[in-house]
Design a protein around this ligand. Structure first.
Ligand SMILES: [Fe+2]
Length: 342
């Protein structure tokens, strides 16, 4: 598990930015500061010398930017993502880590409940995840590097990015359809829980089991998320149904409509599977993370009937291939999940 890249102290009015996420931007979009004394010191000016940034990046250091420049910075970072993903000076793992950090930096405000989701913010979100989608469709090495890079700590935006990345990788593995179809899985996967911004913290962060009325509140996140996206765009996008259906389950036990398998779109079923898997394998306030093996076992046995057998089998095959390439992954014998579950 990696440390969170942005939990670095910053004085009021400033935010920290690791220098390495800036190295592929075309032009500095705002002033950069360093913080050694009582006050931040101007280090490089807007439009200024990127070599200073690269030197500092090589030493693993951070800058500060003023919070009022945050949107400028996020726009420049999102625009730099295709260059980062294709940067042959870095190894696939370095590229993945940098891309993940950039995505986290660009997307964090989208998942912050204080910020209403607006049109520009949503387009920036699309731009960011689309860059990752297009790259992962073409680059096998980056697929594995990206899966290995996922951060499994408690944060809404990391769960969102992970769900999108697993979604892209599984849809690609299953030859799910056109680039547009995979792009929709990625966008829907990224934004599936955006409605949780509307669920009160007291319910969302509750460490013990939710009671019936709290569950009712929690379940509203599906429609709230769908409506937030439609409102921000002004029309329902082609992935809106994924947000609306990601908690429907094949045996009818899901919500909000309790639909059966034949009534749930395939891409929604796929996102439902990778959402559940990432949730189980990530640490939560109320429980530890379970291993990939245990998560798949739970989904195949304890939750039997809830997920499409075919999509779940493909996901297990996909992760089994990853396990074979990654000796250190704490996943147990994934093929065993198939044998046990039949
Ligand atoms: Fe959800």
């Amino acid at each position: 598990m990696s440390a969170h890249p942005f939990i670095t102290p910053a004085p009021p009015g400033y935010e920290p930015v690791p220098a390495r996420v800036l190295t592929d931007i075309a032009t500095l979009p705002c002033d950069l500061y360093i913080w050694r004394g009582p006050r931040p010191i101007l280090y490089a000016m807007r439009g200024g010398d990127l070599r200073k940034v690269i030197t500092r990046a090589q030493r693993g250091m951070s800058f500060l930017v003023r919070e009022i420049d945050s949107d400028l910075l996020r726009g420049a970072l999102a625009a730099s993502l295709p260059r980062v993903l294709a940067n042959q000076r870095m190894t696939p793992v370095e590229r993945s880590k940098t891309a993940y950090s950039i995505a986290a930096k660009v997307l964090t405000p989208v998942f912050t409940r204080e910020n209403p989701l607006d049109h520009d913010g949503l387009l920036l979100t699309h731009q960011t995840i689309d860059a990752i989608t297009l790259h992962l469709i073409d680059d096998e090495e980056m697929v594995w590097a990206m899966v290995a890079t996922m951060q499994k700590h408690v944060a809404t935006h990391t769960h969102a990015i992970n769900t999108a990345v697993y979604g892209i990788v599984l849809a690609r593995f299953m030859q799910f359809g056109s680039t547009d179809a995979i792009r929709d899985v990625a966008r829907g996967g990224l934004l599936h829980d955006i409605g949780k911004n509307r669920v009160p913290r007291v319910v969302l962060d509750k460490a013990s089991t939710l009671d019936a009325s709290e569950w009712q509140v929690m379940r509203t996140h599906v429609k709230a998320g769908h409506d937030m996206i439609v409102r921000a765009l002004g029309y329902p996008p082609s992935y809106a149904h994924i947000i609306a259906e990601h908690h429907e389950r094949c045996d009818g036990s899901g919500y909000p409509a309790g639909r059966l398998e034949s009534g749930i779109a395939l891409d929604s079923q796929l996102v439902g599977i990778v959402d559940a898997f990432d949730a189980l394998t990530s640490k939560r306030p109320y429980r530890m993370a379970v291993s990939a093996f245990d998560a798949l076992h739970i989904m195949r046995v304890a939750m039997r009937g809830q997920f499409s057998d075919e999509i779940l089998r493909e996901f297990i095959k996909l992760l089994g291939g990853f396990q074979a390439m990654s000796a250190g992954m704490d996943s147990g014998d994934l093929a065993g999940v198939m044998r046990v579950a039949g």
